[in-house]
Design a protein around this ligand. Structure first.
Ligand code: SF4
Length: 173
């Protein structure tokens, strides 16, 4: 069974109130067993909502802005997610991530397809916490937890190789 970021399927759960509909993925996953989640809505955040970015508490304390080691920082409680005005929304983001983790535990999820660069769903890149559009290597909060569970996670930008197509077919059997 495949877990997928709901906005990729056209659900209007994006912070702006829109979506990230991906027609190719929708077509590919037609007739497949999938579960769509929006971790930020699961965490109790409204839609629309102001954009948020991941900031590492350790890096803030050190006076720098990059170098987030999210999987380690999550374990150490060193992760902070903020709106541009500085409002701390870490609790809601963590709640959404843990709700998604519970879904992945309760269902036979063997692959996740998540939205790149989101502070929840990003797979290989996230915004750097400065709200300037700059990205850094890293994963969103929810994706980090899924990876820690050992679930393979790809983004909608991952090239669809034959190997990956076989994984998608296998995951939805
Ligand atoms: Fe929700 Fe993730 Fe899509 Fe953001 S990227 S709208 S958290 S599903």
């Amino acid at each position: 069974m495949i877990l997928i970021s709901a906005c990729l399927l056209g659900e209007n759960c994006k912070y702006s109130g829109g979506n990230n509909e991906n027609a190719h993925l929708i077509s590919l996953l037609k007739d497949k067993e999938i579960i769509a989640v929006c971790p930020e809505e699961l965490g109790g955040l409204p839609t629309p909502r102001p954009p948020a970015e991941i900031i590492s508490k350790a890096e803030i304390d050190a006076g720098t802005e990059t170098g987030i080691e999210l999987s380690t920082d999550l374990c150490l409680g060193n992760v902070k997610i903020c709106l541009q005005d500085g409002q701390d929304v870490t609790e809601q983001f963590l709640k959404g991530a843990f709700c998604t983790q519970k879904i992945a535990q309760d269902y036979p999820i063997t692959l996740a397809i998540m939205k790149e660069r989101s502070p929840s769903c990003g797979v290989d890149q996230i915004y750097d916490g400065t709200f300037t559009g700059k990205t850094i290597p890293g994963s969103g909060i929810t994706t980090s937890l899924l990876k820690k569970m050992g679930i393979p996670v790809i983004s909608e930008e991952t090239p669809l190789t034959d190997e990956l197509l076989a994984l998608i077919t296998e995951a939805s059997d």
